[in-house]
Design a protein around this ligand. Structure first.
Ligand code: F3S
Length: 392
């Protein structure tokens, strides 16, 4: 890969070991992608924050690395494993301490105090067409598919390296020729009986069938942004694709399949399960990916005049809580637990609470909970709310 004089100096360690390490990672990624050069990025989003995922090896690396590494572009970070702003009594003290140390390491490196998997809800997105380096598959896929940003699906490490260098290899999704559909799924809109739940199932199905970078959904009307967010998360959970588009017809020369009513019903039954939502001994998670101000406001209105179980967890960032203060107050006032900065699907929250089942309105949440052996079920948020709250 071609490096400018300045990049050569940075890679050789002239500007410090942390910057040299970042360049070594970018060069390795660039080789893999067959990139010819590095390009500037407007922002980075990092994963590798939840202590339940990165453990002590991750924490030790971050503590060491953050003593000298500094990001050089606006950089947001993924959620923690627990709410550090209002620590819940069910979270072990040891977990909280280690999670705090991870948070401090990211802040030391100059990352913003974002701790969200939906950084695009913070209203500080670069303009469409900007090149960025975003880890967190749901955010990267949303960035490519909805925001008009250009990013590969970065790993925590490659995004961190890009954040430090302010650059990324010009390969993969950064090249226009790779941003065309390589797989198309024809969907009969009449088969979608359950709104945003079915949209997620369609996305989950498509991503599990292909390794193409870009998926085209043919015949599917473009849903609202909140549904696209959930679809991006479902695609990221099920396969390696980086983007999706909505198309009227199968693009020429592209492999295509159809998703019929029966297959969709089978998938629905598999993830939704049978019987009503049973709140006894279970818990529920809303906000995967994290809610933005509008979604939080809608939930606040729905909980008005209702008493909710504290085992109804609602995930937002601190910035969104502040931006939708009134709604946050309504959610908290109902008795539900508002988590700021915490991702419970990837934490052992079910173990901390001794929950026998977990309900969520997100395919991604159910996917990862089941991967850990949890009894998890996909349900509509309205159904979850009715089961986990009552009219006062
Ligand atoms: Fe976000 Fe955690 Fe879901 S990172 S997308 S809340 S699994």
């Amino acid at each position: 890969m071609y490096l400018t004089n300045e990049e050569e100096r940075a890679a050789s360690g002239e500007m410090g070991e942390a910057i040299a390490a970042a360049y070594r990672i970018l060069l390795a990624v660039g080789e893999l992608l067959g990139a010819r050069r590095l390009i500037r990025i407007s922002s980075a989003h990092l994963s590798g924050v939840n202590y339940a995922n990165i453990g002590d090896p991750g924490l030790e690396f971050l503590e060491r690395f953050s003593s000298s590494a500094r990001v050089s572009v606006p950089t947001t970070v993924n959620p923690c494993g627990a709410d550090l702003y209002d620590p819940q009594p069910h979270v072990p003290r040891d977990f909280l301490e280690r999670q705090r140390a991870i948070m401090d390491a990211y802040l030391r490196m100059g990352c913003s105090e974002s701790f969200t998997c939906a950084p695009y809800e913070l209203e500080s997105n670069p303009p469409p067409g900007s090149h960025v380096s975003w880890a967190e598959s749901s955010a990267a896929i949303f960035a490519n598919s909805e925001l008009g940003l250009i990013t590969n699906r970065e790993s925590g490490l490659s995004a961190l390296a890009a954040a430090i260098a302010g650059k990324t290899p010009e390969g993969g999704m950064h090249l226009e020729e790779n941003r065309r559909p390589g797989y198309a799924l024809r969907v009969d809109p009449g088969a979608l009986e359950h709104g945003y739940i079915d949209y997620q199932l369609v996305a989950y199905y498509a991503a599990s069938r292909t390794s193409a970078d870009v998926i085209a959904f043919v015949g599917l009307p473009r849903p609202p942004r909140s549904t696209i967010k959930l679809m991006a998360a479902a695609v990221g959970a099920a396969g390696p694709s980086s983007m999706f588009v909505f198309s009227d017809s199968v693009p020429p020369g592209v492999e295509s399949e159809s998703l019929g009513r029966d297959e969709l019903a089978r998938l629905r039954e598999e993830l939704v399960g049978r019987g009503p939502v049973d709140p006894r001994g279970s818990m529920a998670i809303l906000g995967c990916p994290f809610y933005g101000p509008q979604e939080l406001s809608r939930l606040g209105a729905e909980l008005r005049g209702r008493r909710a179980s504290p085992r109804l967890f609602v995930q937002v960032s601190r910035a969104v809580e502040l931006a939708a203060r009134e709604a946050a107050g309504e959610v908290r006032g109902s008795g539900a637990t508002l988590l700021r900065c915490a991702c419970y699907p990837l934490s052992p929250a079910d173990e901390w609470l001794g929950a026998s089942a977990v309900y969520a309105d997100s395919v991604k949440a159910v996917h990862y909970l089941r991967k850990r052996g949890v009894n998890a079920y996909l349900r509509d948020a309205g159904e979850i709310l009715r089961a986990f709250s009552h009219v006062t």
